[in-house]
Design a protein around this ligand. Structure first.
Ligand code: SAM
Length: 433
């Protein structure tokens, strides 16, 4: 029996027992039960299971409780004590090589060709950011499948040792000042999230406490003397989000991360690729694939690709819808002494794409906007590098571009060990018709 599965005595009907045949794209075990398909989180292909409780979610049947009658030979012991309950990781019970193999299969199926996946250089301590819920049910991550309950944790192994230090200090602070944790169902309580971020290549640490409106004891930063940067943010809404308006900070305004020789600033309200060790490989691979001198970094975020490429001597422009990300990208360019024309803009309203030798697109999970696809087909830049975190929309967009673009190269990168997600880099080259 793998850790974390709920063991409940009692028998399910015969149709609710069977062998997990595979993992679906979301990393859930698939059990055929008569005509039904039951999706079983934290199960491994080959597990013989008995389903004890299910629920329906958008026409799917999901197992809420199950027991493993006979474990699959594929299983490994998950190192994290919270695995199986915590909603953070879904695949720690699958050996890492198998996870990578499974991700390669998923990507290959979507793209209709064999695609390799580069494993993450580290599979624990690799995440540079965790968003920890502070709630009346615990300080940790949401229990798998719930939005109201948190699994109490003292460490997150995918983030590493610093998580244990911060959570210990936080608990002392809460205890000393008798502060209240948030109850999401009642919208009561003061403390809502603590977001911990770490520059893995610089050792710099950021602690961002997100609260409801209220008074924070002024001793708060004293509890984190080892942190480079301590923030207090206020979420004035009822939305369950781990950011807010910055109220105050202590120490450095930003922490820094390095990818190769390039330094990036991280602010509580800015995005950064979450696995620094693999992000280096991502930017290096993108740099290798760029053709020509003039590059457009579309969906440029904080300038992760743009600044790196400018440092390699390329002439780069960046377009991004979020003004704060653009501000950060400009700061990153200045910090690295490079010139990049970052501007706020919308994907479909970019100028003439034929002005660039290479256009890099790294859109959100929904993929490219149909109007941008039309624009690419009209302007036909020579080379497109499409970076994607969603194989499904990547495949759809590649097929929408297939009238003018040939897929020349595809590689998966595992940015997110122990989760079902996989990042992909593809190179699309224009062909004449
Ligand atoms: C997957 S992230 C890419 C981040 C960036 N490449 C990086 O590594 O920092 C997608 C980015 O697209 C931006 N975005 C979303 N919709 C957009 C749109 N319609 N036009 C331009 N940018 C958009 C988001 O704000 C986000 O920064």
């Amino acid at each position: 029996m793998g850790k974390g599965q709920v063991y409940k005595p009692g028998r399910a009907p015969a149709s609710m027992r069977g062998v997990i045949e595979r993992l679906n794209d979301e990393g859930l075990g698939v059990l055929r039960a008569g005509k039904k398909e039951i999706l079983v989180p934290h199960a491994a292909p080959g597990d013989e299971v008995e389903i004890l409780k299910t629920r329906r979610k958008k026409r799917k049947v999901i197992a809420l409780e199950f027991r493993v009658i006979k474990p699959s030979s594929l299983r490994t012991e998950p190192p994290c004590p919270y695995f199986g309950r915590c909603g953070g990781c879904l695949l720690q019970h699958i050996p890492y090589e198998e996870q990578v193999h499974w991700k390669a299969g998923k990507l290959s199926r979507h793209l209709g060709q064999n695609v390799e996946v580069m494993p993450s250089p580290k599979i624990f301590g690799h995440r540079n950011r965790i968003d920890v819920v502070i709630s009346t049910s615990g300080i940790g991550f949401r229990r798998y499948g719930t939005w109201w309950e948190a699994v109490d944790i003292t460490i997150c192994p995918v983030f590493g040792e610093a998580s244990s230090k911060v959570l210990k200090s936080l608990r002392e602070f809460i205890e000393d000042f008798k502060l209240s944790e948030y109850d999401i169902k009642k919208n009561e309580g003061f403390l809502r999230y603590v977001v911990i971020r770490e520059g893995k290549f610089t050792g710099e640490l950021m602690v961002n406490l997100v609260t409801k409106e209220g008074k924070l004891p002024e001793e708060f930063p004293d509890y984190f003397p080892y942190a480079t940067s301590v923030y207090w943010s206020v979420n004035r809404t009822e939305s369950d989000v781990s950011y807010g308006d910055v109220e105050r900070f202590w120490g450095q305004e930003f922490i820094r991360e390095k990818l190769g020789d390039v330094v990036y600033l991280i602010h509580p309200n800015s995005f950064f690729q979450t696995n620094s060790y693999q992000a280096v490989n991502l930017v290096k691979k993108v740099a290798e694939l760029v053709d020509g001198e003039r590059v457009l970094d579309l969906y440029s975020g904080v300038g992760t690709f743009g600044v790196y490429l400018a440092k390699e001597g390329l002439e780069v422009e960046g377009v991004e819808i979020n003004p704060f990300a653009v501000e950060m990208a400009k700061k990153n360019a200045r910090l690295n002494n490079v010139n990049v024309a970052f501007r706020v803009g919308r994907d479909r309203n970019v100028g003439n794409l034929s002005n660039y030798d290479t256009v890099i697109v790294d859109p959100p999970r929904a993929g490219l906007h149909p109007k941008l696809i039309q624009k690419i087909l009209k302007d036909t830049p020579e080379t497109l590098i499409y970076v994607s975190c969603n194989p499904k929309t990547l495949a759809q967009d590649i097929s929408a571009l297939a009238g003018r673009y040939r897929l020349e190269f595809a590689l998966g990168l595992d940015m997110f060990p122990h989760t079902p997600h996989v990042e992909a880099i593809t190179l699309l080259r224009k062909f004449d018709v």
